[in-house]
Design a protein around this ligand. Structure first.
Ligand code: PMP
Length: 409
């Protein structure tokens, strides 16, 4: 790839080059939703103006074009994730939908005496589906604790994983602390007892191509809207031998082989079996364009760029009286997601204050209430980076924080 150039990357994002209302925009809420490059906006618009139709049902020209575009997007996603069998890519509504799919479908095979391991730092979408499964099927939930640094305490794996463990459902990167999970020990622990591994990739997937099969995991979930694609689409990747044995989750059109009121219904092969109803077609096309756009980038260069900006945020926070980082304070094993508290200032007030200066942050519990409880706080303010962020964004953030400290002190 061409060496990474932050300003040329930024110039591909219309919302950043021409911010709405002509107001300054320092968009640092990428962990919630990332912005769309022109390549994605164009691909969606072209699809909707030239190829809009339902998929897999019609034989007319547009239906064929829409089906081809939808399946082409599946191949693009497979390529980004290092998956050779594109049928292992199931389009869903997002990470939440992907995890619920596994919790309901794979979950059907579990019952009393079985255990699922989650962690204290999971997003609610990788906690609540397992709590619901526990209630529904009498499965026990085990919880991996978090270290003082805001990382999974992998040393505790041996004491929490046993022959009863059927699934480990853990995040690849925390949406609060930015800590990246070391997948190796998790897969090793799972293999030692014959358990499966689901990884929540919502935060990691936007930061460069992956080789999922090589990770040794079984399921991976991600959201399009964090990966420079429209919202309403996401992905569940699962190994063919697992997916093809799992019962359907939702029933409806498109997921059947044959429906008969007397003899019953048989189901389509994967991935269709898990894509009941009209799928998010234009969104999937957008996701295909997004991963192709992302795959062409220089991710080593981006990692350096983001690490430098992350370092500036961490150093800046270190110099602000009363600021406390929740998560790793160094650059090792993390992404550019930085959560912090500022003494005497509620995260919502702080984010509102920064918004007036054109700085978009997120404040609150970030859908990870058990983690907030672990750190004894109600919530944090969070800055999260994408490749298009620049030094001006960090300058505006740090100046705004210093201002807030004076103003609210
Ligand atoms: N997991 C993590 C780690 C996340 O950051 C998010 C989004 N905040 C989700 C899951 C849920 O993603 P979605 O709302 O797109 O389903």
């Amino acid at each position: 790839p061409k060496p990474f150039d932050p300003e040329s990357c930024r110039s591909q994002f219309p919302i950043l080059t021409e911010p709405p209302g002509g107001l300054p925009l320092h968009y640092l809420d990428n962990a919630a939703t990332a912005q769309l490059p022109a390549a994605v906006l164009t691909a969606v618009r072209r699809h909707e103006t030239m190829s809009r139709a339902n998929v897999a049902r019609g034989v007319h020209r547009l239906a064929e074009a829409a089906t081809a575009a939808y399946e082409d997007a599946r191949s693009a996603v497979a390529g980004y994730l290092g998956v050779t069998d594109a049928d292992e890519i199931v389009f869903t509504g997002g990470t939440t939908a992907s995890i619920n799919l596994v919790a309901y479908s794979f979950g059907e095979t579990l019952g009393p005496g079985d255990e699922v391991l989650v962690s204290e730092l999971e997003h609610h979408s990788n906690l609540v589906p397992w709590q619901l499964l526990a209630t529904r099927r009498g499965v026990a939930l085990k919880v991996l604790p978090v270290t003082e640094e805001g990382r999974l305490d992998l040393d505790r794996l041996p004491s929490l994983v046993s022959k009863r463990t059927k699934l480990l459902a853990l995040t690849h990167c925390s949406n609060v602390t930015g800590a990246i999970t070391d997948i190796g020990p998790i897969v090793a622990a799972a293999k030692s007892v014959g358990a499966r591994v689901l990884i929540d990739g919502a935060q990691r997937a936007p930061h460069g191509p992956l080789d999922l099969p090589a990770l040794g995991i079984d399921f991976y979930a991600l959201s399009g809207h964090k990966l420079y694609a429209p919202n309403g689409v996401g992905v569940l990747w699962g190994r063919r031998e697992l997916l093809s044995k799992m019962p359907p989750f939702m029933g409806g059109g498109g997921m059947i082989a044959q429906v008969d009121l007397e003899t019953g219904t048989s189901f389509a092969d994967i991935p269709r079996r898990f894509e009941a109803g009209t799928p998010p077609i234009a969104q999937a096309v957008g996701l295909g364009a997004a991963v192709r756009w992302a795959q062409a980038l220089d991710w080593a260069g981006i990692a350096q760029h983001e690490a430098r900006l992350t370092g500036r945020i961490l150093d800046g926070l270190g110099a602000i009286k009363g600021a406390r980082v929740i998560g790793p304070t160094g650059l090792q094993g993390r992404l550019g997601v930085v959560s912090f508290t500022l003494d005497g200032v509620h995260p919502h007030d702080l984010c509102q204050w920064l918004d007036r200066k054109g700085v978009a942050l997120r404040g609150g519990h970030h859908c990870a209430q058990p983690l907030a409880k672990r750190f004894g706080i109600a919530g944090t303010s969070r800055a999260s980076l994408a490749p298009y962020n620049n030094d001006a964004d960090i300058d505006a953030l740090l100046a705004g924080l210093e201002d807030a400290r004076k103003r609210f002190a």
